[in-house]
Design a protein around this ligand. Structure first.
Ligand code: ZN
Ligand code: ZN
Length: 330
């Protein structure tokens, strides 16, 4: 008869040794004592011939294998990072930046003075966070399985000017090689040095929204402009003496709107804002092949835009600026 499946029969891939160091099952030794990183209960390494090797709790607990793996991996990462800090090792990272489209390299531990095991930021949980001397978060590491982190959490952290690294829960570190572990993960984003240098470009959501409202308050009540590269920073629109940073990802976040894919390679985002005079402000962000443009127009009460898309916009010489100009000047 089959033995009933109890907590003891659940296979765990990780445990802590007597010193509190995380040990994957592949590195477990017969006769050593192990502990659960969550409940601190005793665990045994089952290294039999028949079943796949695994750890088991000596007493039944509610610890799930996923939670144990996550806790052990978190512990392992924190130990490596703290060691690297103490010995002043650099941890080099390299990524393609979605903000400026350049490849950047950086030392993850530059200016870092502390490593937190588990960090809550506005109800978003990071498994590991590294902070500078002023307590500002510089990087977060998220252990990832099918359910975590949620897209919400990932987006939340990716919006900040920090390093965001995801590590699959299935990884097994080799020795204490942190760089090899990161290589199995993904650098979702990092602080953009080009963006940080472009202090004259408006980047804050509120300031961008205000600039778009202000521009249509003036004659002739509309504005359109191409997205350009300014001092190495892509997706900048010049507006009088100002310059606004408006890549499409950013526009979706801070302006939003309905997405209209018009044809392959042609897309326009349309948003409306009520105006204090009872009219409506229409905002457009267009991407046409490798060109981008934004436009905005204020309509008085009772007025509505008359623009519609016809075949001429599928012409291969049409730019995003042509499209937006047409929308706001109709
Ligand atoms: Zn446990
Ligand atoms: Zn960049």
């Amino acid at each position: 008869m089959d033995k009933p499946l109890t907590g003891n029969a659940i296979a765990y891939r990780w445990a802590l040794d007597e010193t509190g160091y995380p040990v994957p099952i592949d590195a477990a030794q017969r006769g050593r004592r192990y502990f659960c990183p969550l409940c601190r209960g005793a665990m045994v390494a089952r290294l039999g011939e028949v079943l796949q090797h695994h750890f088991g709790h000596e007493l039944d607990t509610g610890c799930t294998p996923e939670a144990v793996t996550r806790a052990a991996l978190r512990r392992w990462i924190v130990i490596q990072l703290r060691q690297a800090l103490e010995t002043q090792q650099a941890i080099k990272v390299r990524w393609t930046c979605w903000k400026c489209h350049n490849v950047h390299t950086a030392n993850l531990l530059e200016g870092v003075s502390q490593v937190a095991e588990g960090y809550d930021w506005d109800n978003h949980y990071a498994d590991v966070a590294v902070m500078d001397t002023a307590g500002n978060v510089r990087a977060v590491i998220l252990v990832q399985d099918e359910q975590i982190p949620t897209p919400d959490t990932l987006q939340f952290f990716a919006r900040e000017e920090i390093f965001v690294i995801t590590i699959p829960a299935s990884v097994t570190p080799t020795g204490s090689n942190f760089s090899a572990l990161i290589a199995q993960g993904q650098l979702v984003g990092g602080p953009c040095p080009v963006l940080q240098k472009a202090s004259n470009v408006i980047q804050e959501p509120d300031a961008i929204r205000q600039a778009l409202r202000d521009v249509v308050a003036r004659w002739p009540g509309y504005f359109y402009g191409p997205l350009e590269t300014l001092d190495g920073l892509a997706n900048v629109v010049r507006m009088g003496n100002h310059a606004l940073w408006l890549p499409v990802e950013r526009w979706r976040e801070i302006i939003g709107g309905t997405r209209n894919p018009l044809a392959p390679g042609i897309q326009i985002l349309v948003q409306t804002w009520p105006h204090t005079d009872g009219g409506v402000i229409w905002l457009y962000h267009a991407t046409v092949r490798d060109t981008g443009a934004v436009g905005v127009r204020r309509y008085g009460p009772g007025q509505t835009p008359m623009a519609y898309i016809d075949a001429r916009f599928r012409h291969r010489h049409t730019t995003a600026l042509d499209l937006v100009r047409y929308f706001v000047t109709q």
